[in-house]
Design a protein around this ligand. Structure first.
Ligand code: HEC
Length: 500
C-alpha cells in the first residue's frame, strides 16, 4: 500500500453504493424468481447458464493469485512489495458475480429440481459472491484511508474459504463426490471419512440363497436402478424425485413421500406403477421397459413389511405368492453371480484353451469362476471346430461373443450346457431358427444379439419363454415388422432393437 500511503484518494462512496445495490440484487434474485421449473425456462436461460462451468474459473484463478500475493506479503522480510492493488480484487468480485448469475440461470434451466447439493451450491455461490464484493469494498476503503491490511486479509481468507466450499459442491455434482479420492490409497480414504465400498457394490456374489439377500440392496435397488433411476437421480430428478438412494426414496418428490413404509397401497411409487399403461402418469413413461409383475409384487411386499433398508429376506415373513416372485426376480441373480471360487481344475482348462484361442477367454472377475469369451480378435477362421474347444468351460461362461464368425447352428446346439450364460452375440453369423430352440432353454439369458442373421418369425417366437431377457437385437433379420410389434407387446420387459 506504499503508493496510497502518500496520496490518500477520495472516499469510495460511489462504488460502495453500487456494490451494495448489486449485493441486494443478488440476494433478491433467487427469492423473486422462485423454484426452478426447467420445462418453462426459455432457451436463452439455458444458453447463458451453460457458460457457468467456464466462467467460474475466473474468480477462482484471480483469488488464488491475490491469496498468494497477500500471503507472501505477510512475511515482511521477504519484501515482496506492497499489498495487491485494488484492481485484481475488483476483477475477482466482478467475475464472481458474473459466474454466480450464470450458475443461477443454469439452475433455473432445469434438471436440478429437488437436488439438495445443487441448492446448497447455489446459496454458497451467492454467499461467496457477496463476500467477494464486501472484500473488494474493504480493500477500497483500506486504500482510501491507507489503513492496515488486517481487515482486508481477514475478509480475503474468509471469502476464499467460502469459495472452496462452494466449488467442492459444484465439482461433486459434475464429477461425482468421489472424483478426487477415487484413486486415493485406502488409508487416505479412511482419513477423509469416505466409506470404502458400500454394501451395494458387493451384490449377491457371496450369497448362496435368496434368504440371505438384503432385500433393499440386493433386490429392490437393482429393480429401480434398471427401470427408474435413469430419470430419477441426482443429475436428473424428474418430478423432483430421486430413486437412487434409500433416503431419497422415502423423501419422495413434488407430490410428497415416495413410499409409506408398511403401506404399499398408499405409496406414490406403487400408485404410479399400477396406473393403466396408457395413463400419462404411468411409470415408467411410455416406451420404457415396464416393471414386471414379479418385480412389482416384491416391491409391494417390501414396502408392506416396513421397507427396512437392512433386513434380509429371512428376517421378513414371505407369503407363498411373493416367494415365487422373489425367486423369479432374485433367483437368476443368485445363479448368475454366486460363482464358485476358481479351482485348480478350471484354471488348467482355461490355460489350455487360452493357448489355442489366444486371449479370447478371460475371468469375469478376479475371484470368480465366471468366464467371458469373445471371438472379436480371432473371428477370421473361427468356425464350429474352433468353437468345440470351448466345450469344457461352457457351464462357466456368462458372456459369449461370436459375432461375425463362421460358426453355424451346430455350435449353438452345444450351448445347451451354458447354464450361466447372460449375454450372447451371434450377429452376422450363419445361424438360423434351429439355434433358437437351444436358446429358448437358456433361462439366464438377458441379452441376445441376432442382428444380420437368418432367423425368422417362427424362430424368435420361441424366445418369448426367456424370463430374464432384457435386450433382443433383431436388426436386418427375416423377422417381419408385424411380429416385432406383437413381440414388443407380449414381452413388455424386453427392449427389442430393430434399428428402425
Ligand atoms: C423416461 C424417464 C422416466 C422413467 C424411466 C421413470 N420416470 Fe418417474 N417420472 C418421470 C417424469 C418426467 C415425471 C414428472 C411428471 C409426472 O409427474 O408424471 C416422473 C414422476 C414420477 C413420480 C411422481 C413424483 C412426484 O412426487 O411428483 C413418481 C412417484 C415416479 N415418477 C416414479 C417412477 C418409478 C417408480 C419409476 C420406475 C418404475 C419411474 N418413475 C421411471 C420420468 C420417468
Amino acid at each position: 500500500m506504499v503508493k496510497n500511503h502518500r496520496k490518500p484518494s477520495r472516499k469510495p462512496w460511489f462504488i460502495t453504493i453500487c456494490s451494495l445495490f448489486i449485493i441486494a440484487c443478488l440476494i433478491a434474485m433467487p427469492l423473486l424468481v422462485g423454484d426452478p421449473n426447467g420445462d418453462k425456462a426459455p432457451d436463452w436461460v439455458r444458453f447463458l447458464g451453460h457458460f457457468h462451468p467456464v466462467l467460474l474459473h475466473l474468480p477462482i484463478g484471480v483469488f488464488a493469485l491475490i491469496l498468494f500475493q497477500e500471503t507472501v506479503g505477510m512475511f515482511r522480510s521477504w519484501r515482496y512489495g506492497p499489498g495487491t492493488p485494488l484492481f485484481p480484487m475488483f476483477f475477482a468480485a466482478a467475475t464472481a458475480v458474473v459466474a454466480v448469475v450464470a450458475g443461477f440461470l443454469l439452475y433455473q434451466g432445469g434438471g436440478y429440481e429437488g437436488n439438495a447439493t445443487a441448492t446448497r451450491h447455489l446459496w454458497l455461490g451467492l454467499a461467496f459472491s457477496v463476500a467477494a464484493i464486501l472484500t473488494f469494498l474493504v480493500k477500497a476503503w483500506t486504500v482510501a484511508y491507507s489503513g492496515n491490511a488486517l481487515a482486508f486479509r481477514a475478509m480475503l481468507f474468509g471469502s476464499s474459504g467460502l469459495m472452496a466450499f462452494a466449488s467442492h459442491d459444484g465439482a461433486s455434482m459434475t464429477h461425482g463426490s468421489t472424483y478426487l479420492t477415487q484413486y486415493a490409497p485406502p488409508f487416505l480414504k479412511k482419513l477423509l471419512g469416505e466409506e470404502v465400498p458400500a454394501a451395494k457394490s458387493t451384490p449377491a456374489a457371496k450369497v448362496a440363497s435368496v434368504d440371505d439377500l438384503v432385500v433393499y440392496t440386493d433386490v429392490i435397488a437393482p429393480i429401480l436402478d434398471n427401470k427408474c433411476v435413469q430419470c430419477h437421480k441426482a443429475e436428473k430428478s424428474k418430478g423432483r424425485l430421486r430413486l437412487d438412494t434409500y433416503d431419497m426414496i422415502l423423501k419422495g418428490g413434488k407430490e410428497g413421500d415416495g413410499i409409506e413404509p408398511g403401506n404399499a397401497h398408499d405409496s406414490n411409487l406403487v400408485f404410479r406403477i399400477e396406473l393403466e399403461k396408457d395413463d400419462d402418469e404411468h411409470m415408467p413413461p411410455e416406451g420404457k421397459p415396464d416393471i414386471s409383475v414379479d418385480e412389482l409384487a416384491v416391491l409391494k411386499w417390501w414396502i408392506d413389511s416396513g421397507a427396512d433398508p437392512a433386513k434380509k429376506v429371512k428376517d421378513l415373513e414371505v407369503p407363498d405368492a411373493v416367494r415365487k416372485s422373489l425367486d423369479e426376480v432374485a433367483g437368476s441373480l443368485i445363479k448368475a453371480t454366486a460363482a464358485a471360487p476358481i479351482n485348480e481344475e478350471l484354471k488348467q482348462k482355461v490355460a489350455g484353451i487360452s493357448k489355442e484361442l489366444s486371449g479370447a477367454l478371460t475371468y469375469e472377475a478376479a475371484d470368480s469362476s465366471n468366464l467371458v469369451f469373445t471371438a472379436v480378435s480371432i473371428r477370421d477362421g473361427f468356425d464350429d471346430a474352433q468353437f468345440g474347444k470351448l466345450s469344457p468351460v461352457l457351464p462357466e461362461l456368462t458372456s459369449l461373443d461370436l459375432a461375425s464368425t463362421q460358426i453355424t447352428d451346430q455350435s449353438v446346439e452345444k450351448l445347451g450346457d451354458a447354464k450361466n450364460l447372460r449375454t450372447l452375440r451371434l450377429s452376422q453369423t450363419q445361424i438360423g431358427d434351429a439355434s433358437l430352440d437351444t436358446l429358448a432353454g437358456l433361462q439366464t439369458l438377458e441379452s441376445v444379439n441376432l442382428y444380420g442373421t437368418e432367423v425368422t418369425d417362427a424362430g424368435v417366437e420361441k424366445l418369448k419363454s426367456l424370463p430374464n431377457l432384457k435386450h433382443l437385437y433383431l436388426w436386418h433379420t427375416k423377422v417381419t415388422p408385424e411380429t416385432i410389434e406383437r413381440l414388443k407387446k407380449e414381452m413388455p420387459n424386453c427392449e427389442i432393437v430393430t434399428g428402425i
